[in-house]
Ligand binder design. Sequence first.
Ligand code: URA
Length: 423
Amino acid sequence: MQMYDIICKKKTNKELSTEEINWLVKEFTAGNISDAQMTAFLMAVYFNSMTERETLDLTLAMEHSGDVLDLSSIDKITVDKHSTGGVGDKTTLFIAPTVASLGVKVPKMSGRGLGHTGGTIDKLESIEGFNTSLSFDEFSDVVKSVGCAVVGQTGKLTPADKKIYALRDVTATVDSIPLIASSIMSKKLATGNSCILLDVKCGSGAFMKDKESAKALADTMVKIGNNAGRNCAALITDMTKPLGRAIGNSLEVIEAAEALKGKEKGEFFDLCIELSANMLSLAGKGTPEECAVMAKEAVESGKAFNKFKEMISAQGGSPEVVEDYKLFKQPKFIHEVYADKSGIVTCNDCEAIGLVSLSLGAGRTVKDAPIDHSAGVYLDKLCGERVEKGEKIATLYSSIDCDMAKIGERFSSVYQITDTNLV
Ligand code: URA
C-alpha cells in the first residue's frame, strides 16, 4: 500500500477501504509515514469529509493503536460522560459522585485544561493530595469500593490520536467533524465504558459555534458509539456564556461542592441533574425523567455530597476542604469589577472570559505548564441578570504577578452591561 495513493483517493473524494484506514493509522503511529503526507491526507479529509463507515474505521483503528482498558472486573455496566469542553464546565465533579451514589459505577478518565477551556484533572488537583495518577489497579479498586474515581489518561491509550491531534493542531485541521468525532470517540472507546453520554457544547465558548455543527458532531459521535457496541447518547448544551459562576480550578470545586450540598440552584445545577439523569438512564435505571427525580433526591438526602467526600478521601485528598473552603490555597491578589451603569449583564464572547481566567494563571497555553489553582473569575452577577450602577459584577483572583486592573478592563469589554432601553 502507498500513502501517495491513499492521499489521491481522498483528494478525489473516493471512499477508503477499512484496510487502507487501518494501514495508514498503524504506519503513521509507527513513524513510517511522514508528517507532510499525513497533513496532506488530513487536509483532504477536511475538505472532502468521510463517510460514516470510514469515520467508524478511523475511530476503531485509533482506539486499537494502544492499550484498551477492560473494565469488566468493575461491573458489567459502567458509565462515562464526555464534554467537548467549555468555560466553567465543572459538571464531572457533580455527576460522578451523584451517579455513583445511585449504584452505577463511574470510572472516569479526564483531561487537563489547555487554552481557554479548563480541565477536570486540574480542578481536582486544587485539592491538596488528590492523586489523579492512580495505576489501573488502584483506579479499579477505588471505583469498586467508592463507585467512582477520576484520573488522568494513561500514556498508553490511543497513541495514534496523540500524534494525529498534535499534527492537526499545527496544520489547521482540527475543526473537521469526522476528525474531531474519531479523536474523541477513540479515547472514549479505549477507556472501556459500556455507556457513554456526550455533552456537546455549542456557542462562542465551544468548538462548535452553531447548532447545526454541534448537532452534526453529536450525531456522528453517537453513531460511532452505538456501532462500536456501546450505549451512547448526546445532549447539545449552551456555551454562549460560562457555565455557572466560577471559572478557575479551586473556585470550580467550591461551586460543585455547593451544588452537591443543594445550596447552588441555577443553570449549572439543572444541567448537572440533566446529565446525571441521562447517564443513569443509559445505565438502565429508568427514563431520564425518573432518573432526574432520583438524582435530585441523592442531592437532597446528602448521599451525593457524601460520595464526593468519599472519592476525595479514596484518592488521597482531605475531604475537609469541601467543608471549610479556607483550606484551599488562597489567592494573593483580588480585583473587584463594578458596574459603571445600570442594565442587564451580557456576555459577548464566552471564549474571551476563559482567556481572562487563563491570564490570571488558572490555565495554560503550553501543554503541562504549571497553573495557579487559586486563580480565576467569580461571576457575582450572571448573564441576563439586572445590575445597578456601582454593584459588583465579578471578582478576579490570582497569585501570579499579572496586571489585574488591565485584565479587569479586558473582562469588562466582553462581560458588558446592556442598556435596558435597548433590550
Ligand atoms: N477534543 C479531542 O479530544 N479531539 C479533537 O479533535 C477535538 C477536541
